[in-house]
Design a binder for this molecule. Structure first.
Ligand SMILES: Cc1cc2nc3c(=O)[nH]c(=O)nc-3n(C[C@H](O)[C@H](O)[C@H](O)COP(=O)(O)OP(=O)(O)OC[C@H]3O[C@@H](n4cnc5c(N)ncnc54)[C@H](O)[C@@H]3O)c2cc1C
Length: 307
């Protein structure tokens, strides 16, 4: 990986942004996973093609992450370069009734910005703990709203050649936890959301009410990646799991949350392998009881640990 680090330094990445042997447990909300060979924290959209070129030059694969709130990284970690866009590369601005946010901006900070501007439309997504880049590609949503309700334009760069690409309107092809961006092999750099003027007090009170609903229903005190499985058509994964009596089921320190059966939580020292074994056990038990094979909502990345 020395060649990769040299390429990144030569491309003017500040040394503190280049993290060799980065523990993915630090960069994911599940708090599990082995090391990435090298992780680079992106500071601006212009740095993204530069990082892609450095990886190409060094002949290593690239993995993209945002806030790591929908990810499970296996215990053997990730080979090559992890490009992380979260926290920085996060400017937010208003143009008319639109908000335009860089990919690393968190959905909560965008919702707070909208509230301060008296713009309505993001109260429901305010509590989703990811970046807008990670959110838009999978059409994140909650409480009856999805990003597709407000997103009108997405700027991205192509992973293959680093060139800019713009997706607008119907070309985004949003559906449940899906968008055209997923198959396009692109890195989102900027997202435009069309909002409507609203009463700040009403927006604030809706946000507070939904934050309380999350605290009441979700195990926010324990590491997780949110809902583990997608909602099967016309059904609820959490109910299917609960109906099989799996609440509290454990493999090592991975547990079906006692508070919300749709979440697998890390009780402290779970490994990715524990979580994957538990997920498989849930899938088999739900299938045996209902004939429904649950599909993971979380993204699973990286390699198994070598024996
Ligand atoms: C407690 C908790 C509650 C949650 N509640 C919800 C909820 O209510 N609704 C919901 O939809 N989700 C929920 N989630 C899941 C998660 O927050 C969302 O999926 C979020 O959109 C992921 O964003 P992220 O930045 O963390 O992406 P990551 O988890 O880092 O990445 C997820 C995927 O997005 C890709 N990606 C990340 N950034 C970019 C980018 N700039 N360009 C292209 N691809 C990118 C990654 O390559 C990866 O494939 C919850 C998670 C937790 C831990």
């Amino acid at each position: 990986m020395d060649a990769l680090i040299t390429s990144l330094v030569q491309a003017n990445f500040a040394p503190e942004r280049i993290i060799p042997r980065a523990s993915m447990a630090r960069y994911t909300t599940f708090r599990v996973g082995g090391d990435a060979d090298v992780l680079v924290n992106i500071a601006s959209p212009a740095e993204i093609p530069v990082a892609l070129r450095a990886a190409k030059h060094a002949g290593v694969p690239v993995t993209l992450i945002g806030n790591g709130s929908n990810l499970l990284v296996r215990d053997g970690g990730i080979r090559g370069l992890v490009v992380r866009i979260a926290g920085d590369c996060a400017a937010i601005r208003r143009e008319g009734d639109c908000i335009i946010a860089q990919a690393g901006a968190s959905m909560s900070s965008i919702a707070q910005f909208a509230l301060a501007e008296g713009l309505d439309g993001l109260a429901e997504i305010a509590g989703i703990p990811g970046t807008i880049g990670g959110g838009v590609i999978m059409n994140a949503g909650a409480y009856g709203r999805e990003l597709s309700d407000v997103v009108t334009r997405v700027c991205a760069v192509s992973v293959s050649d680093g060139k800019p690409v713009v997706f607008e309107g119907d070309a985004l092809r949003f559906s449940y936890r899906h968008s055209a961006l997923m198959e396009a092999d692109v890195i989102v750099t900027e997202v435009t959301m069309q909002l409507t003027p609203g009463d700040p007090d009403a927006i604030r009170s809706r946000m507070n009410e939904l934050a309380q609903a999350r605290r009441d229903k979700q195990p926010l005190n324990l590491p997780s990646a949110g809902s583990t499985f997608k909602r099967p058509q016309g059904l609820f994964a959490a109910k299917l799991i609960d109906d099989c009596g799996l609440r509290g089921l454990r493999v090592g320190d991975a547990q079906v949350s006692e508070k919300h059966a749709g979440f697998v939580v890390n009780l402290g020292s779970a490994t990715a392998s524990d979580i994957l074994s538990l997920m498989e056990e849930i899938r088999q038990r739900v299938y045996a009881a209902n004939g429904v094979m649950l599909e993971p909502e979380i993204r699973i990345l990286g390699e198994n640990k070598k024996a």
